[in-house]
Ligand binder design. Structure first.
Ligand code: ZN
Length: 433
């Protein structure tokens, strides 16, 4: 028997022990990619999720939870779910079991209330890739899966008929970002437990939506889009990290940039605006809030890494309405590596040594993120090394704690600190989740 624990540690840690949750709804539906089951909860609940074989099933243990009415399975939309059952293995635990037609890869997450919905525990069931017919081989596949690499989709912006921004000395964004993307893949591949996948490998245009769809096909854990900014004022410089804003661009600057990056699709001959609205309304409901939160965390980590090697345009992650970041279930960030409109940065963007340095810095930030909160079943989850942060001038303990999304208390405890005074150059151990 193979047991694969997929424990939502982060969620468990965030949950407050005082709340007792009641399940008051159970919904399922199936699309070409997956079957999705949603448990509606009236409060946040700690949960553990794992799978069992013979017969294949998903077990969800909800702490301090109860059931309002028996769970009904809508068999027409149930996909690979054949039956739903419940029980109480311990007094304070409600167990929900989904019996499956065949084994599946599972992803689960808890969503906060939004609109008409309250808390929702979402369980996605994907058909297993290359599932073998015999038991022995299948078990081996499961073992390998426990150690899978984290997959990072690397998207070099623009390409083909869309040159992107153009510098004073005719440097084209599409060329320099492809070079940086290739360096980024090298840097990621060199790190244990991480693997990069290039969304475009040459000078051709890929429609924006196809970019994140390609990442989803690779089952990417993260999508990183690489760009080089342009601005009317040539003096503006530094790198920036963007995540998707919920309500469009959050500043005039970001809005301008979003307009010019998104216009790519008009260059490519397709406008996605109408489809985009529909997509957005469907997706924002479910996975996107969890995805956006993860995007913000990884963006913070990458920005912190960039700050350590060079100038950043702002000291915070920015939000903009970039189409390419709208993947519903893959955390996504966009890095504007430098301003191609700034003559000295334009020169740097063409320099292979600088391209390597910025790529290493992005990869380092991504690595910090995954080593702090590795997806279950990955090599990193099984083998990760502690994350360390070197204190630089101007750091405060509180800022470091919030950058890594850890509490001040656990940061102090992990480093045996009696006060909040930290020494420049000293190394702090970042407690893991
Ligand atoms: Zn761009």
């Amino acid at each position: 028997m193979v047991i694969r624990p997929l424990i939502a540690w982060t969620l468990a840690l965030l949950a407050l022990p005082l709340f007792a949750a009641e399940i008051d709804g159970f919904r399922v539906w199936t699309d070409p990619e997956k079957t999705r089951a949603v448990l509606d909860l009236d409060a946040r609940a700690d949960y553990q999720l794992f799978t069992l074989d013979n017969p294949p099933r998903v077990v969800i243990d909800l702490e301090r939870s109860a059931l309002d009415n028996p769970l009904q399975l809508d068999s027409e939309h149930a996909g690979i779910i054949q039956r739903v059952r419940h029980g109480t293995p311990r007094d304070d635990t409600l167990r929900v079991v989904l019996d499956l037609e065949h084994a599946a890869d599972i992803r689960s997450f808890l969503l906060d209330p939004t609109g008409q919905y309250r808390y929702r525990l979402v369980v996605d069931l994907f058909p297993e890739n290359g599932r073998a017919a015999t038991g022995a081989v299948k078990q081996m596949a499961d073992v390998q899966q426990l150690d899978r690499d984290v997959v990072i989709a690397i998207d070099a912006g623009h390409g083909g008929e869309d040159p992107g921004a153009i510098g004073k000395n005719r440097t084209r964004e599409k060329d320099v970002v492809l070079a940086i993307a290739k360096e980024l893949k090298k840097s990621i591949d060199a790190r244990p437990g991480m693997r990069g996948v290039l969304i475009r490998t040459g000078d051709y245009y890929v429609p924006l939506r196809d970019r994140f769809e390609k990442a989803r096909k690779h089952r990417a854990d993260l999508f990183v889009s690489v760009h080089a900014d342009a601005f009317t004022k040539r003096s503006v410089s530094g790198s920036s990290v963007f995540v998707l804003s919920r309500k469009g661009a959050s500043s005039e600057f970001a809005r301008r940039l979003a307009a010019s990056e998104n216009s790519s699709d008009l260059v490519g001959g397709v406008t996605l605006r109408d489809k985009d609205d529909m997509l957005a309304s469907v997706l924002l409901d479910l996975s996107q809030s969890a995805t956006m939160e993860a995007s913000q965390t990884v963006a913070d980590s990458v920005l912190a890494s960039l700050e350590r090697v060079g100038k950043t345009h702002k000291n915070h992650v920015e939000h903009a309405n970039f189409m390419v970041l709208k993947s519903p279930d893959v955390p996504s960030i966009l890095v504007e590596t430098a301003f191609i409109s700034n003559p000295s940065e334009e020169k740097r963007l063409k320099d292979p040594a600088w391209q390597r340095r910025i790529a290493d810095s992005i990869a380092g930030g991504v690595q910090d993120y995954f080593y702090l909160s590795p997806p279950p079943g990955t090599w990193i989850a099984a083998n990760r090394q502690p994350v360390r942060y070197k204190v630089v001038h101007g750091d405060t303990l509180g800022e470091i704690a919030s950058r890594y999304r850890v509490s001040l208390y656990s940061l102090r405890r992990a480093n045996d600190l009696r006060s909040d005074t930290i020494r420049v150059g000293s190394e702090l151990l970042i407690p893991t989740t």
